[in-house]
Design a protein around this ligand. Structure first.
Ligand SMILES: NC(=O)c1ccc[n+]([C@@H]2O[C@H](COP(=O)([O-])OP(=O)(O)OC[C@H]3O[C@@H](n4cnc5c(N)ncnc54)[C@H](O)[C@@H]3O)[C@@H](O)[C@H]2O)c1
Length: 354
């Protein structure tokens, strides 16, 4: 049986990818620091080997018996990367390189890296730049998150040789249900807002473009990169997206899908907020080279999401655990307090006893 290592495999994407891999008969090893707990793996916990460790200092022997590595760990959005750019760089760039070096040393050929279409960000308001971008387009990412992903890509491509096969997936913004749920991704945020407020806020009127893709399609794209003949994927970058949409169109589609499942929602434009990203990408390459095409529409995904939110009770929408930046801040705050108290409920240290 082929064994794969998922670095960051307890995350939003990892939980779905691990399930898909198990279903296809792979043995799955997960290396994860478990920032968001183990909930993502709850249905498959007895079928995966879990190594709780930091990807920056992988334990010796982690690549033993492994045939391929997916690197889907690290800080996974702009706010967390801006919050701690040093940690972001260490995880998204340096650790990506270190893991690749270990692969090379241990003879693990295929290394599939989670990059992001956010490296294409052109901002809003410059019409000349508002064009479809592909894997050959010149990009100049500035934000901490996108820059760290882009630098990691370039390092991996330089490491490409006869013994090592790096593959890069630049994913659009992901939507859909995962047992490690995120409500800080635009479609999921819209669904959460519909439940909690009955309105969706359209920043800048929803003018910006975004490539979007369902999490199950993302898992299938990873598996396509794993199973493709090496000469098709070696040293290649692939964009992965179902469709590019303006956020205004996306909101209308989400509104219509929600109406079909009995969740009415109003759309509220907001022209005050300007910190928005905008980019649209071509996915012709992954279809041409691998024959891969995402199939799950926004409407279908939203209906599935609502059904699973209800079935599994993911209705504590304000729980900070579902929002990466809120959760990371909270963990830091808790760490500071526990640094003083020594423990949450155990009797703590006291300097002078009564
Ligand atoms: N979700 C999206 O829309 C999207 C889009 C494009 C790219 N990506 C990329 O895909 C990957 C997966 O994204 P996600 O949505 O599943 O994110 P996520 O935040 O849900 O999962 C990341 C996982 O990595 C783990 N992790 C983080 N830092 C770690 C460390 N130092 N050591 C070990 N484990 C660590 C976390 O505990 C978590 O389980 C990320 O690399 C992200 O940048 C995501």
């Amino acid at each position: 049986m082929r064994k794969v290592l998922l670095v960051g495999g307890a995350g939003y994407v990892g939980a779905i990818l691990a399930e898909e891999l198990l279903e296809r008969g792979y043995a799955v090893k997960v290396l994860d620091r478990l920032y968001y707990g183990e909930e993502g793996l709850r249905d498959i916990r007895d079928r995966v080997e879990l190594i709780v460790a930091d990807m920056r200092v992988p334990p010796a022997g982690v690549m033993q018996d492994v045939d391929a590595v997916f690197n889907i760990g690290g800080l996974s959005n702009d706010p967390t990367a801006e919050y701690n750019p040093k940690a972001n760089y260490e995880m998204n760039t340096i650790a990506t390189q270190r893991l690749a070096e270990i692969c090379k040393r241990e003879g693990v050929r295929r290394y599939i890296f989670a990059s992001s279409c956010s490296i294409y960000d052109q901002g809003v308001g410059n019409e000349e730049k508002d064009v479809l971008l592909d894997e050959e387009s010149v990009v100049q990412p500035r934000a901490a998150y996108a820059s760290s992903k882009y630098e990691a890509e370039r390092i991996l491509l330089q490491m490409n040789n006869d013994d090592f096969c790096p593959v890069i997936l630049r994913k659009g913004t992901i939507y859909g249900f995962s047992p490690r749920m995120r409500y800080d991704l635009v479609v999921n945020t819209f669904v959460k807002s519909a439940f909690t407020q009955g309105t969706l806020t359209l920043h800048l009127g929803g003018e910006m473009w975004r490539p979007l893709v369902d999490v199950r399609d993302v898992a299938r794209a990873y598996i396509a990169c794993l199973e493709a003949p090496e000469d098709k994927v070696k040293g290649q970058i692939f964009n992965v997206s179902y469709r590019n949409m303006r956020i205004s169109e996306l909101a209308l589609r989400v509104q219509s899908a929600l109406a079909d499942v009995g969740v009415p929602v109003q759309i509220q434009p907001d022209f005050g907020y300007r910190g928005v990203r905008s980019y649209r990408v071509s996915t012709a390459k992954i279809t041409r080279v691998l024959g891969f095409r995402p199939v799950v529409s926004v409407q279908e995904s939203v209906e599935d999401l609502v059904e699973k939110i209800r079935r599994y009770g993911y209705t504590d929408f304000d729980n900070p655990r579902y929002y990466n930046i809120r959760w990371m801040r909270l963990l830091e705050e808790a760490q500071q307090i526990i640094g003083i108290t020594g423990s949450v409920f155990e009797a703590g240290p006291s300097e002078a006893r009564a």
